[in-house]
Design a protein around this ligand. Structure first.
Ligand code: PGA
Length: 240
């Protein structure tokens, strides 16, 4: 596991964008795994600017998002599809048919999970998975639990995650309580992973990773078992 120390959010975003940009420059038909949340917004802005300036192209890139609330309609301004469209899809030259996100309108979440997994496999797997981390250690919506699930699945959000996400909603009661998420197995199969960590509220779970113990209480510690992970963390997260 490699650690890149950054002074602040902007530097973290710049370094993450540079890594994604070099990935798609070296392999124009890369399969990217992408996160939502506050953390990657800066990275998406820089990638959009690089694309507009002609420095990089998403024309042959395929994306798979980590998760989506369930159930939720695509056009709902709280859906992750809406977030991705606003922050990246509508700002770069990704082909609509190359964009994948778990379907929050699927009638059968189990079938949707199997469909999503099969599509990732059929594409040859994720080349570069970008991750954020929840203040409780979740990656995607793989919440702390006594067992962790390998494939894409429906899950309930913990109170801690509902609390953390309430800042994006008018009131806490509006936060969806369920989601579809890639499983830990999907994430661990990615060829390369970068995890962006910013803010004092992430320092506890980040330190738990550095302690070197893999636990279900902090699903992100699973990354200790992956051969190619880079953590890009700012000073607040490192020194909390
Ligand atoms: P955040 O969320 O980027 O909004 O902190 C990260 C996550 O929950 O994975």
């Amino acid at each position: 596991m490699k650690l890149i120390r950054c002074k602040d959010y902007d530097e973290m975003s710049q370094i993450a964008a540079n890594i994604v940009a070099s990935q798609i420059t070296l392999k124009p038909d890369s399969i990217l795994g992408l996160p939502t949340g506050g953390t990657p917004v800066g990275m998406y802005k820089i990638l959009s600017e690089k694309c507009a300036a002609g420095e990089i192209s998403f024309e042959e890139v395929t994306t798979f998002n980590l998760d989506e609330y369930y159930p939720i309609k695509r056009e709902n301004d709280q859906s992750y599809w809406y977030f991705m469209n606003k922050n990246l899809y509508s700002r770069v030259n990704l082909r609509p048919e190359n964009i994948n996100i778990p379907n929050g309108e699927a009638s059968d979440p189990q079938k949707e999970g199997a469909r999503y997994d099969a599509k990732i496999e059929a594409m040859g797997g994720i080349d570069l998975q970008v991750l954020g981390i929840g203040p409780n250690g979740h990656i995607g919506f793989n919440e702390p639990d006594c067992c962790l699930i390998a494939g894409t699945h429906q899950t309930s959000l913990t109170d801690a995650t509902i609390d953390a996400n309430a800042r994006f909603f008018a009131k806490r009661e509006d936060v969806p309580t369920s989601a579809l998420t890639l499983g830990l197995g999907n994430i661990m199969k990615a060829k390369r992973i970068i995890m962006l960590v910013s803010g004092k509220n992430k320092s506890k779970v980040l330190n738990q990773i550095f302690e070197g113990k893999v636990t279900c209480e902090n699903p992100a510690t699973m990354l200790l078992m992956h051969p190619c992970v880079t953590i890009i963390a700012d000073e607040d997260a490192l020194n909390g």
